[in-house]
Design a protein around this ligand. Structure first.
Ligand code: MRU
Length: 372
């Protein structure tokens, strides 16, 4: 992704010091572009927990590098493996809904078993973290290649008139290492000269849509309009939405989709209006264990102050203001689960499939269990 013409990923190893991991601190966007150095496991945990980095894929990539930083600081000898196991548990607990975090930690623990001396394990942790980041970027690029076909088809049916896409939260380049999941087909459509316009849900309480999706679409020159979270149903009734395209933080292998709070309401409105509702996700976001997403996906609850306060630019300074009575309590559920029956299809790096076990396993046959 280009920022002011320069290509960036959202996370990378400092070319001058390979013990330092660099990230874009997303808390300052869209007003300031700030880079941060991660030098320890604790820096990586804070970056995930306090959302300097966020989004399923990027949380996974940061967890991958977090394990590498943990390997660098771990005591050598017998205690090394215990230290890394504990590091993995702390990273997994930092944001519980996005399954990419556990996926990356488990890949690291598995990979490091191949080394025996401490220096070998550190070198494996570094190359595994790089692989996780590269894989994330490549999978998102492929999601773009597959997903663009849906946009092309709608554009053809509309005789090349603008395709209006509604998205929720930020499942863009900033939520991954590069390209994004829900945005990858949109960028691919732009690159093919297809006319697109994106309705960007602001996404209260943290406003990832208004702050991040709008910013990255703007950087890529994609026409877009920010709307309040409650406007989507109205736009659908008026025929102003051709496609809903969202990301996912965890999708069960049965097709239930956990995504940013409010996604379920968009899926209901899309169903009522006969509008296709697609979810774009790399396979690292698939939970191969859980069958029933509504019952079993852990839903992160964050502090009520994110609901009661809002932050923005005021006369050149970032300010936080109170919206509600100071003594009113607030609840902050960060995600909801859209049941598979409301999902038209899943766009993965291997292609598009229906949101059910058979179709998902059709794309990922290696995940079939011997016990059926
Ligand atoms: O809380 P966040 O910002 O980490 O939430 C992640 C999201 O932006 C969305 O839920 C997104 O659609 C899926 S992450 C690719």
């Amino acid at each position: 992704m280009n920022i002011n013409g320069k290509h960036y990923r959202t996370i990378w190893v400092d070319p001058g010091n390979e013990k330092v991991i660099r990230i874009i601190d997303q808390r300052h966007l869209p007003h300031h572009f700030v880079l941060e150095d991660l030098r320890s496991l604790s820096d990586a945990i804070t970056a995930i927990k306090d959302m300097h980095v966020r989004g399923a894929g990027l949380i996974g990539a940061t967890a991958g590098y977090g394990m590498y930083l943990a390997a660098l600081e771990a005591p050598s000898g017998d205690e090394f493996d215990n230290y890394l196991r504990d590091a993995g548990s702390s990273l997994k607990a930092a944001r519980p809904t996005a399954v990419n975090c556990s996926w990356a930690v488990d890949l690291q623990l598995q990979a490091m078993k191949k080394g025996s001396a401490t220096h070998e394990k550190i070198s494996i942790a570094k190359s595994t973290a790089d692989e996780i980041a590269d894989m994330d970027a490549e999978y998102c690029r492929r999601i773009g290649e597959h997903g663009v076909k849906l946009i092309e088809e709608i554009s053809r049916k509309k005789a090349d008139k603008t395709v209006n896409i509604l998205t929720h939260c930020n499942a863009g380049w900033l939520a991954f290492v590069d390209h994004g999941s829900a945005t990858a087909p949109i960028y691919a459509a732009m690159d093919k000269g297809i006319k697109v316009h994106v309705w960007v849900d602001e996404t209260r309480p943290r406003n990832q849509g208004a702050a991040l999706t709008a910013w990255e679409l703007g950087q890529h020159g994609v026409p877009h309009t920010i709307i309040t979270d409650n406007a989507g149903g109205h736009l659908m009734q008026k025929g102003l939405v051709d496609l809903v395209l969202v990301g996912s933080d965890r999708t069960t292998h049965t097709g239930d989709v956990a995504n940013k709070i409010g996604t379920y309401l968009k899926a209901l409105a899309a169903k009522d209006n006969g509008i296709p509702f697609y979810v774009a996700l790399p396979s690292s976001t698939i939970d191969w264990e859980i069958e029933d997403g509504i019952k079993n996906i852990p839903i992160e609850e964050r502090g009520g102050e994110e609901v009661k306060y809002i932050e923005g630019l005021c006369e050149g300074f970032i300010k936080k203001v109170l919206l509600a009575p100071d003594n009113s309590p607030a609840a902050n559920y960060a995600f909801d689960v859209t049941p598979s029956r409301l999902v038209s299809g899943l766009i993965t790096e291997r292609g598009i499939c229906r949101p059910d076990k058979k179709s998902i396993l059709g794309l990922f046959p290696e995940k079939k269990r011997r016990d059926g």
